[in-house]
Ligand binder design. Structure first.
Ligand code: UPG
Ligand code: MN
Length: 733
């Protein structure tokens, strides 16, 4: 009976697998022909070497990326088959915020409220807010949010509200209250809406009046920990609420704080002495819970004795509420969450993605069933006996709201949040979240997988979490530069997945990890090659591709068409996107390659050489109406740092020069040596680059609005391109 019904199912997408593998074989054969052609027909010259290198790197990156297409799967869960509430394990929720200027407090509080309102037994849920800005305003706002939640949570429970994030609930028109449409509900809803308006008003006032002087101390302040529930007098008949704790770890300029991973490790310790839940949900401050059932969905894996012990984390996709149909910056990161993660889920489990995951505490800290040597534990975990005790299996701390004992607990917690606590321990290197690179998620997930843990990817129809994605060029570029830097720093370290992961994971999963790590490096090198070398050669009359009449020309044509049709197939058929999505992704990929991928790679290299410190600039989550309008119209906002715009414009100018030069010679100067025949490949390549990036030409020449490309940037780029044309021609020819 009950027992025989599974809690979850896994389906391999057989049809997609067949298509993927068949395409991979054909495309691979075409690449072999290309290699054969390159090695057999040309005399090695510098241009030949460069273009061949670009082709090799691109092919290599294609080859490794097939790992994500090897065995895509999807999963179904059956939360109604879970054991009774009494048997469910407890959960700690970690919400990180770092900068009230970039992370609007109203949104952060919405995330907190939506987490408190999750559909889970309240006594089994504990929410921790980590404030890396140490902002007094955020603390006060958290208390206000708590007061609102005391009415909001019972309201949601009573009427079965699915959208438990007030901001989304009150701004969407959808009927979320199913059978309760009566008068009573309407009146209650109105009351709640008013309360929410009052809350927003109060939060704004607190933020406006926040003590700017205090705030400048974000990098220098003691730990501040407060249990928020204690500020409210619980009435007898009041609904039970989860525990809510505000944490701001100690910060001193003399101590490196290790960014988000540092904050998470502090929360790991503090939550251990307060609630010590075996599972932890990690959320970025902008990631609202859009559906209260994610915890129950997750428990379908953690409550299944067959799978439970091997799973380190259950990952949900990152989904965003500010994405429009015409997503010009690919803010939804479609290929990652729709193609890559289901792909790697079939071969060992998805990569940890920073937010929206339920991780097992034991996977981060280890399990200590037997008596361990106390000194050894202290060397690893730091001096706190209270914390060490929590490592033992089944240790349940007793959190009592009785003034004195909870005050003592908070004092103990403050020690755990001090910036010197981790000195001479293995926090961040062996235990907890890893500090090795700014991409704490990727690297922590990688270490877990290489220890033999598995992970699971659930992508339900209704997005479980909704965040804010970058929808302007500058923010997107900063974010991708950080990601690239993190990934490349792993690729060029001793942890390079290709070497480090060998023999520790399945080969295909290892290739997936490697793909992500080396992809920016391979793409920035090869795209710079394709963007400049054929063009310089075109202007200097050197041909790099076979003549149109040569059957070998078909090799290039086939590779080009095959790559494009496969990505079109994935976008339109597999993920139900539009043709426009394909254009957007192609274009932004080209743009990112010559900017973010390049800078991120340089950043990682400088970092490795000790010439630059790693940095984590939190992504800006404040949106301006004007910017949003541009994004909604699908118009690029080029008001970005010159370093992000100039390389793009330079590439476009070089391509214009090459294309015009080549085209004119085709038209007027046909000197009988079959110029077009020889140069068609290069002329068409330039044409393709220009057509794909028409938006840049438009921003440079046709647009005159504030968000177009500024004239000085165009001039600077023109100087760069003339320089490239002169030097390039000199060197290459
Ligand atoms: O010193 C820091 C820096 C950041 N954060 C928080 O970390 C979260 C993620 O930062 P965000 O600026 O939103 O970065 P994104 O680029 O959007 O984040 C992606 O990439 C990060 C790694 O680079 C992951 O940590 C994130 O989970 C993932 O969503 C936010 O809640 C921040 O408040 C901190 O708590 N402390
Ligand atoms: Mn973010």
């Amino acid at each position: 009976m009950e027992k025989s019904l599974p809690l979850h199912l896994l389906h391999a997408n057989k049809f997609t697998i067949i298509i993927n593998r068949a395409h991979a074989i054909l495309h691979f054969i075409a690449i072999l022909f290309l290699l054969h052609y390159r090695l057999s027909t040309s005399i090695p010259t510098l241009p030949w070497l460069l273009i061949f290198a670009s082709e090799l790197l691109m092919s290599l990156s294609w080859l490794i990326s097939q790992s994500f297409r090897w065995r895509p799967v999807n999963r179904t869960v059956f939360p109604d088959r879970l054991p009774t509430d009494g048997e469910l394990p407890t959960i700690d929720v970690f919400i990180c915020t770092a900068d009230p200027n970039k992370e609007p407090t109203v949104e952060v509080m919405n995330t907190v409220i939506s987490a408190v309102a999750m559909d889970y037994p309240p006594e089994k849920l504990h929410v921790y807010v980590s404030d890396d800005a140490g902002s007094d305003a955020t603390l006060r706002c958290t208390k206000e949010a708590w007061n609102f939640a005391r009415c909001w949570v019972p309201f949601c429970r009573r009427y079965g509200i699915v959208t438990a994030c007030p901001d989304i609930y009150f701004s969407s028109s959808e009927d979320d209250y199913r059978e309760f449409k009566g008068f009573e509900f309407k009146a209650e809803r109105e009351k709640m809406e008013q309360k929410y308006e009052v809350l927003k008003q109060r939060l704004r006032i607190i933020v406006q009046h926040r003590d700017v002087a205090l705030n400048t101390n974000a990098r220098d302040h003691p730990s501040i920990i407060e249990v928020i529930n204690e500020y409210t007098e619980t009435q007898e008949d009041e609904a039970k609420m989860p525990l809510l704790v505000y944490v701001s770890r100690e910060k001193r300029p003399s101590h490196h704080h290790n960014f988000k991973a540092g904050a998470l490790n502090v929360l790991l310790r503090i939550s251990a002495v307060m609630s010590n839940s075996p599972y932890i949900l990690v959320l970025d401050c902008d990631m609202y819970c859009n559906d209260p059932t994610s915890a129950r969905q997750t428990m379908c894996y953690y409550c299944d004795p067959q799978t439970s012990s091997s799973i380190a984390f259950v990952q949900f996709p990152q989904t965003f509420r500010n994405i429009r149909e015409n997503d010009i910056y690919d803010g939804q990161i479609r290929s990652t969450f729709k193609i890559y993660w289901p792909g790697i889920d079939g071969v060992g489990g998805p990569i940890l993605s920073g937010t929206n995951y339920y991780i097992r505490r034991e996977a981060l800290l280890g399990n200590f069933r037997k008596e361990e040597d106390l000194m050894a534990l202290k060397r690893s975990f730091g001096p706190s006996n209270d914390f060490i005790k929590t490592l033992a299996e089944d240790h349940k701390p007793n959190f009592i709201h009785d003034g004195e004992s909870s005050r003592m607990l908070v004092e103990k917690a403050k020690v755990l949040a001090s910036c010197s606590y981790e000195n001479q321990t293995t926090w961040g290197s062996k235990v907890g979240f890893m500090y090795f690179c700014v991409l704490e998620d990727y690297f922590t997930g990688f270490t877990l997988h290489s220890k033999g843990w598995k992970s699971v990817y659930i992508d339900p129809k209704r997005p479980q979490f909704l965040g804010t994605s970058t929808t302007n060029f500058n923010d997107m570029s900063i974010q991708w530069t950080r990601w690239t830097s993190g990934l490349v720093s792993v690729a060029i370290s001793r942890f390079c997945p290709l070497i480090y992961g060998l023999a520790k994971m399945s080969l295909v999963q290892l290739m997936c990890y490697s793909e992500l790590a080396v992809d920016p490096l391979l793409h920035c090198l090869s795209l710079w090659g394709f963007a400049l070398v054929p063009q310089l050669c075109l202007l200097n009359g050197i041909h790099l591709y076979p003549k149109v009449s040569d059957p070998n020309f078909n090799i290039f044509l086939i590779i080009f068409v095959s790559a494009i049709s496969k990505s079109l197939y994935e976008i339109v058929v597999t993920t139900g996107g539009e043709l426009r999505t394909w254009r957007n992704e192609m274009r932004i990929w080209m743009m990112k390659s010559v900017t973010c991928y390049t800078y991120g790679t340089l950043d990682a290299i400088l970092n490795k050489l000790g010439m630059k410190e790693a940095s984590f600039l939190p992504t800006n989550k404040v949106t301006y109406d004007e910017q949003v309008k541009l994004y909604e119209k699908g118009v690029f906002d080029f008001r970005a740092a010159t370093m992000f715009v100039a390389p793009m414009v330079t590439v476009i100018l070089v391509n214009i020069a090459a294309f015009v030069g080549g085209f004119v010679r085709v038209l007027v100067g046909d000197d009988g040596d079959g110029y077009w025949e020889k140069m068609a490949g290069q002329i068409l390549l330039s044409f393709y680059i220009l057509v794909s990036n028409y938006a840049v030409i438009e921003g440079m020449v046709l647009r005159r609005d504030k968000a177009s490309i500024p004239l000085p940037v165009t001039f600077l780029s023109a100087v760069f391109s003339v320089f490239i044309l002169l030097i390039g021609s000199y060197v290459l020819c």
